[in-house]
Design a protein around this ligand. Structure first.
Ligand code: AHR
Length: 305
């Protein structure tokens, strides 16, 4: 699918650097830190970019303000990881009117696709489906009493993972006792898990945490309740950070689905193409795998994030 777009004054023709504004979601998780580092490293001066970085602290209004400021600065391209899916139409139209291409990084938006150039990210629905299939298979013939720690409400990562997971458990022995947001953070993962344990006690025998960090926070709550994570409560998470794979290798987690945050090089290559007026695809999805305990142990020594 073509989505090419030419850029305005900040486009870095000949040898001048390409001015890029990057509006990042925040610093809520280990995944996010790795993603920020990857983008900063790839969009750096040595690669021909002049990067302006903005951390939105998980707030949509901060991202809208950052994008407006990038437009005023006349950047050559905007890279943008949208915290939630909806509510971007006006600001995306403003960027389009200013002829500044917008490259979505990580999450997607629920807007007219003509308002952005492309998206580079992971297949969240597939990740959820892989996690759901693991629970359905593991608890085949045994009753799974499941609780879910959802990601940030309204984010495409949370929405699509929920969709994929729910698809995969249709007709299985999985009963969803409860599902609440832990906002992709360790601290909220812990607090929400404490609430689940108070409400359902030992009935819970499986947890789906929509990212590693919430799962890691939940470990504290589970141990404090006198239960053994990985045994009394089996745990599946998404991301595959070093901390997540370490918990899996140690037996505290049982399965981890990967979500690759190392998108910087691909984003940088696409920005270069777009500002050069070349046509790019509308969607670039990273390849993700999944890990059991042995695979995590084998992967850890060379894990980059
Ligand atoms: O959008 C990707 C998700 O956002 C990651 O799974 C999570 O860790 C991050 O906060």
């Amino acid at each position: 699918v073509g989505g090419g777009s030419t850029a305005g004054s900040g486009s870095g023709s000949d040898s001048s650097p390409v001015k890029v504004g990057f509006s990042q979601v925040g610093a809520e998780s280990g995944w996010r830190s790795a993603n920020t580092t990857s983008l900063k490293n790839s969009l750096d001066d040595a690669n021909g970019f002049k990067l302006t970085f903005s951390d939105a602290q998980q707030k949509q209004e901060n991202q809208i303000a950052a994008i407006r400021s990038f437009i005023t600065q006349g950047v050559g391209a905007i890279v943008f990881a949208p915290v939630v899916e909806t509510g971007w139409d006006d600001v995306l139209k403003e960027a389009k009117d200013a002829k500044i291409p917008v490259i979505l990084e990580d999450r997607s938006v629920d807007s007219d696709p003509n308002l952005y150039t492309t998206r580079v990210g992971d297949d969240f629905e597939k990740e959820g489906e892989t996690a759901g299939k693991w629970v359905a298979d593991t608890f085949n013939g045994k009753k799974a009493n499941l609780v879910v720690l959802e990601g940030t409400t309204g984010s495409s990562a949370a929405n699509d993972r929920t969709t994929g997971f729910n698809k995969a458990i249709v007709g299985s022995d999985v009963k969803v006792l409860d599902s609440q947001t832990g906002n992709f953070t360790r601290s909220e993962g812990k607090t929400v898990m404490e609430g689940f344990l108070q409400k359902y006690g030992k009935t819970i025998n499986v947890l789906f945490a929509q990212n590693d960090d919430m799962g890691l926070g939940a470990l504290d709550a589970i141990k404090a309740a006198g239960l053994t994570p990985g045994k009394d409560i089996q745990i599946v998470t998404i991301d595959g950070t070093k901390d997540g794979l370490t918990a899996l290798s140690n037996g505290a987690f049982n399965y981890v689905v990967e979500c690759n945050p190392l998108l910087g090089d691909q984003v940088a290559a696409i920005v270069k193409k777009v500002v050069a007026g070349e046509t790019v695809d509308k969607l670039y999805l990273a390849k993700d795998q999944a890990f059991d305990q042995a695979q995590a142990t084998a992967a850890l020594p060379t894990r980059q994030y």
